[in-house]
Design a protein around this ligand. Structure first.
Ligand SMILES: [Zn+2]
Length: 316
């Protein structure tokens, strides 16, 4: 089964390696696992730690230098997706298809103008914040009564007019509902699970799940232990499927996808979700879905078809 992963911090990882003075390639660090799990394409984001010593704009510029050199390397196993045509083409190559994303736009500072230059550099996806609050919106660590700012609304409108993907992951509830109130296109959440099953601030309440589905969006289920259960012993692939079933029950099978957010390559002592620790393990997920009664057709929808349908619907 082929998979489209809605969220991976690959460009963050490659940039960190570069900054640490241990430059490494996608092939060295990631390709084997992607191939083993048949993860065919994904949104790879430039993420940065907002409390890091390096300013967001400095980190992001370094990241785009790394991306540029990857794009210039014809030997690279990455296929850069810029529109729906190249997305379709990427499925017919041996390469891993990648949409360049940005998880939080704090690097833009107080202006939405940087969007244009990053778009020229290939950026096709944005999330307005990571967990912080910034000039544009409020993440889950921000003030609960603060949502999307007037400039944030303009940024979303500009991004949508350029047919970019706008991601609501990490936003607080106020920002989520603000975005839903004015959007002219379906919106999506790249990586989150169900709050009803695990009350984590990053998870989605039932009403949010229903609204995303009603709006024609998709939600990428995340393989992040703390989003699955407060009980460490329940952080396994079966719990991931419980979350998926809850969302599919509320929003329909068309609304669910995967946004694994694997962190195996980010932290040294990383304990992943049991049997879904990294990109190589998607086969275990497929087996689990079959055991729980999902048809091949349903599994194809979850693995990639819903994402392709969603992306096409945005005019990408
Ligand atoms: Zn994230």
């Amino acid at each position: 089964m082929k998979f489209f992963d809605l969220h991976a911090d690959i460009f963050y990882d490659l940039t960190v390696q570069e900054i640490k003075g241990t430059p490494s390639t996608f092939e060295e660090r990631h390709l084997k696992k992607f191939k083993a799990g048949n993860v065919k394409s994904g949104i790879f984001v430039v993420w940065y730690e907002t409390d890091s010593e390096i300013a967001p704009s400095v980190f992001v510029n370094r990241a785009f230098d790394v991306i540029e050199s990857l794009e210039e390397n014809a030997e690279s196993s990455l296929y850069f997706i810029k529109d729906f045509k190249t997305l379709e083409d990427s499925w017919n190559t041996e390469k891993v298809g990648v949409i360049i994303g940005m998880e939080g736009v704090s690097a833009f500072g107080d202006s939405m103008e940087p969007l244009e230059a990053y778009y020229e550099s290939g950026l096709r996806h944005i999330g307005l914040t990571w967990n912080e609050q910034n000039t544009f919106a409020t993440g889950v660590f921000g003030e609960p009564t603060r949502g999307i700012t007037p400039l944030g609304r303009k940024l979303i409108e500009r991004a949508q007019s350029k047919n970019m993907l706008v991601d609501l992951a990490h936003l607080n509830e106020k920002s989520f509902w603000d975005a839903m109130s004015f959007t002219t296109k379906p919106l999506f959440v790249s990586h989150a699970n169900a709050f009803k099953l695990c009350p984590h601030s990053r998870n989605l309440k039932d009403e949010q799940i229903k609204e995303l589905a009603r709006n024609g969006g998709v939600i990428g289920l995340a393989s992040v232990g703390s989003f699955l259960s407060e009980d460490m012993s329940e952080r396994h692939v079966d719990k991931f499927i419980d979350h998926l079933m809850h969302m599919a029950y509320l929003g329909g099978i068309e609304s669910v996808a995967v946004g694994f957010d694997f962190c195996d390559y980010i932290y040294d002592e990383y304990v992943g979700v049991k049997n879904l620790e990294d990109a190589s393990k998607t086969g275990v997920l497929v087996e689990g879905l079959i055991k729980r009664g999902f048809s091949k057709n349903d599994i194809e929808k979850i693995a990639y078809q819903n994402v392709l349908r969603y992306i096409k619907s945005t005019g990408f």
